[in-house]
Design a protein around this ligand. Structure first.
Ligand code: ADP
Ligand code: ADP
Length: 239
């Protein structure tokens, strides 16, 4: 069975017009998929439906064999540890160090009270350092996040999402605040580290050319509907 199945998904906010309508697609384990579309197309909303940050109105989302809409609180928490999130504005805690931000990803914000590092086992810290090293920012581990460049902060965001060992990572416009060089570094890292760890990845982007050069499959979203779903080479400028 596919890791993720989206069936006849429909979503509106405050009973306004549908933001997503009649969406159907599946994502296989290990895929690196990009979703492209103009601002307002519904890309962020779609990702938020998958980890149930917002409730859907119609259809079903099946993740790893479970109907996301049916989960009780406890199972929803478990679901969210299996779904890593990466955001446009990194969503780090600026006054904390890089390593503290990464370790947060493991136990959430309850652990923010002083002495956070002392609460983690050597093995957990080693795991965090392993990810920082892979992402080329190990040397910044004890710096405050707000001393890092945007591209470095997003690498912290990647490490934080991976430390919980998710099955899928959902990335909402991860490079929209970065210059072209930093964007390339982030896309390279995102692809290589998720592929190496066997983690499925969905990346919202608005740059078609970047989507084409990194992903084998692209979904095009416009006005809440799928206008393209196929291999990158079949996507032409008309979309
Ligand atoms: P994209 O990520 O493609 O830019 P979004 O999912 O952010 O698209 O937005 C799709 C539409 O839903 C937009 O018209 C946006 O204004 C609306 N929208 C997004 N979030 C909310 C919200 N929390 N409440 C009401 N409308 C929203
Ligand atoms: P981004 O594209 O970076 O997600 P947005 O401006 O679309 O930024 O959304 C920022 C926040 O505002 C999001 O949390 C979204 O849910 C909310 N939002 C977006 N559009 C609307 C809307 N029309 N009404 C209410 N909230 C909205």
């Amino acid at each position: 069975m596919s890791l993720l199945q989206i069936k006849d998904l429909g979503k509106s906010y405050n009973s306004d017009a549908k933001v997503l309508q009649g969406l159907n697609f599946e994502v296989e384990s290990g895929e690196f998929l990009t979703i492209i579309g103009p601002s307002g197309a519904g890309k962020s909303t779609l990702l938020r439906c998958i980890n149930r940050m917002v409730e859907i109105d119609e259809g079903k989302i099946i993740f790893d064999g479970q109907d996301v809409g049916e989960l009780n609180k406890k199972k929803l928490r478990k679901l969210r540890t299996n779904i890593g999130m990466i955001f446009q504005h990194y969503n780090l805690v600026p006054r904390l160090s890089v390593i503290e931000n990464v370790l947060h990803g493991r136990f959430g914000y309850k652990t923010t009270i002083q002495g956070i590092l002392g609460r983690f086992t050597e093995e957990e810290k080693e795991h965090a350092f392993y990810l920082l090293k892979k992402l080329g920012i190990e040397e910044h581990a004890y710096k405050r996040c707000d001393q890092l460049s945007g591209g470095q902060q997003q690498r912290v965001g990647i490490a934080r999402s991976l430390i919980q060992e998710p099955k899928i990572v959902l990335c909402d416009e991860p490079i929209a605040s970065l210059d072209p060089n930093a964007s390339k570094v982030i896309m390279d890292h995102l692809k290589s580290i998720t592929q190496e760890l066997g983690i499925t990845c969905i990346v919202n982007l608005h740059q078609v050319e970047i989507a084409k050069s990194y992903s084998d499959r692209i979904i095009g979203l416009n006005k809440g509907g799928i206008v393209f779903d196929g291999p990158s080479y079949r996507l032409h400028r008309s979309h």
